[in-house]
Design a protein around this ligand. Structure first.
Ligand code: SF4
Ligand code: SF4
Length: 103
């Protein structure tokens, strides 16, 4: 510290700290669709996300309203591609069978 901040007064405004654990999310808004990456240190990754359960009729209404088009509609039930999901819940709101849940 002395080397970097030889001025004692300037050094006083600094507070040295270290993280013991943390978690967060990173969004790359330049990418289309926007990329979402979860990260953590010394604790489990944040959980959560939208999942489609049995009972899906494959109507693709969820895909139509999804701003990220991050729902794989090549299977039934359709499936969220989680690294792009923004958790906006538009898919859940429109699903006629109410088979989309947030876990
Ligand atoms: S809106 Fe609901 S029923 Fe339709 S494809 Fe999506 S999850 Fe399946
Ligand atoms: S929560 Fe939003 S972004 Fe995620 S799958 Fe549903 S509509 Fe798409």
């Amino acid at each position: 510290m002395k080397k970097i901040y030889p001025n004692v007064q300037a050094r006083d405004v600094l507070e040295v700290f270290c993280f013991e654990q943390f978690s967060g999310e990173y969004f790359d808004r330049i990418q289309k669709p926007i990329l979402r990456i979860s990260f953590s240190y010394n604790q489990s990754l944040p959980k959560g996300g939208y999942h489609m359960l049995e009972g899906c009729i494959g109507c693709h209404k969820c895909y139509e309203v999804c701003p990220q088009k991050c729902i794989d509609i090549n299977q039934k039930p359709v499936k969220t591609i989680h690294e792009y999901c923004l958790h906006c819940a538009k898919c859940k709101e429109i699903c006629p069978k109410q088979v989309i849940v947030k876990i």
